[in-house]
Design a protein around this ligand. Sequence first.
Ligand code: ARG
Length: 577
Amino acid sequence: MNIYELLLDKFKHALTKVGAPEGAQAPLTRSTRPEFGDYQFNGAMALAKVLGQKPRDIAEKIIEAVELDGIASKLEVAGPGFINIHLCSQWLAAQLDSAAQDPRLGIEKEAANTVVVDYSSPNLAKEMHVGHLRTTIIGDAVVRILEFMGHKVIRQNHMGDWGTQFGMLLAHFSDQLQEQVAETALSDLEDFYRAAKVRFDEEQGFADRARDYVVKLQGGDSQCLKLWQQFVDISIAHSEEVYQKLNVTLKREDIMGESAYNARLPGIVSALKEQGLAVEDQGAQVVFIRELADKEGNPAVYIVQKSGGGYLYSTTDLAAMQYRSFELGADRILILTDARQALHFKQTEIVGRKAGFIREQTSYEHCPFGMMLGSDGKPFKTRTGGTVKLAELLDEAVERASALIAARDSDLSADEVNQVAQKVGIGAVKYADLSKNRTTDYMFSWDSMLAFEGNTAPYLQYAYTRVQSIFRKAGVDAAGLTAKIQLLEPQERALALQLSQFVEAIVQVERDATPHVLCAYLYDLASQFMSFYEACPILKDGVEEDVRNSRLQLAGLTARTLHTGLNLLGIDTLEKM
Ligand code: ARG
């Protein structure tokens, strides 16, 4: 049951009854303090202006009209015309009683949309580095949540397996190496890439040859394609290793790299030309975007074909847009990349919509995120200034977690310590990223992500194990509980309200692709649980049986909500730690 949605519906209905025009604003928020109730409706002020009446009078009329018998215990006008909504505790308890009996915790699936999610999308022939960590982690949480809500999700790993860097690599490759040594050379892609890049930047004529290779490759030259395939296979195997370490759901069949669009690119350019959208400019094919003109009125320049005939990142993204909208039937297309690409996607959408490469009803959503920074506030690098390899970073996370767990006072065996370290280490890296608002830069810090206090994975994982230990002590199986929930103490009620709002956090992430909202929710939930547990003894002598069972039920719901929530974020829980 989504209480927010229910209240919103009721208030919209009430607005109509008091004479509000259609589509009138219906602002509903959570109350910031318990004395203001649980939710607050703030639609009276705007309506008062429209109707030319006093806001508090309108608020009174709305209270008269809204049908919340049995749901709200009290509705009151406050301040200039706010309506404070106090939910009825019995009703709240009944909602949780039914959530407790439902494997989905009372969260209904929605009408299924087809949602294409483009995430991770590393550039091949280079090792995956931290630059691809954020898109991979955030994207994977988003797809899990969309699927949980019933949508048909199509993952698209738009790997950079085409384009200029391959020309450079192939030119270097063809000069230097015999077929049989290819394997070994490619076992360290990073070194290979660096060597090629040095030549590209410094050696006379090399850059031109690299560009010729791109054209040859894009033209389907079979020798080139063979070399290219070797790079790609080794590179993909490497990213799959990282995905596995990270517990990310991307599979090989989700790969739809840039190369997959190659055959469609000439058609994209000719369609743009036919429509008069692309014109020749210094030998290249470009679209001038007047909507994005600079201050002097010069339109933005969007190149779709280079003078040598080569296609670009933009051409491929137009082809991808068309494929996703028309062939995959996407209702939504989400693309997760860092914020520096925001302009590119804005331009792509403008051009694509004009050219009819996307159906009108398909929404095209670039979900940008900030950079990952080191503790010095500069882009995250190794101590020697190199790019940090993802695989190494993840190994370090597990090592650090292992040292921390081993230092704690626990009865875990060495084997168990390893398992816990795995889940805590990887969980910490993922959660640290997920819990920050993605649009801002984020500072990578081992100490804060591995802390057992604060908004971290270890804290939430630990909170979960604490609830599990209550059940072990009580000797009851959480799944078998049937007791009715009673909300007597304020901490019980606060926990109940928080539990009931799980779905509200989820639908927000579903809409905005912002997993930090779910993280904040889970952190609040764990904190509410701790206050509840301090104030409301469960297993102590003298606690009446129905009270004890009700509290166990609340504890069980907390554990299941933490488990489900962390799972949706791609983070494992543990029974003990
Ligand atoms: N490979 C690109 C990069 O690493 C990201 C691709 C994102 N998706 C897209 N359709 N352009 O920056």
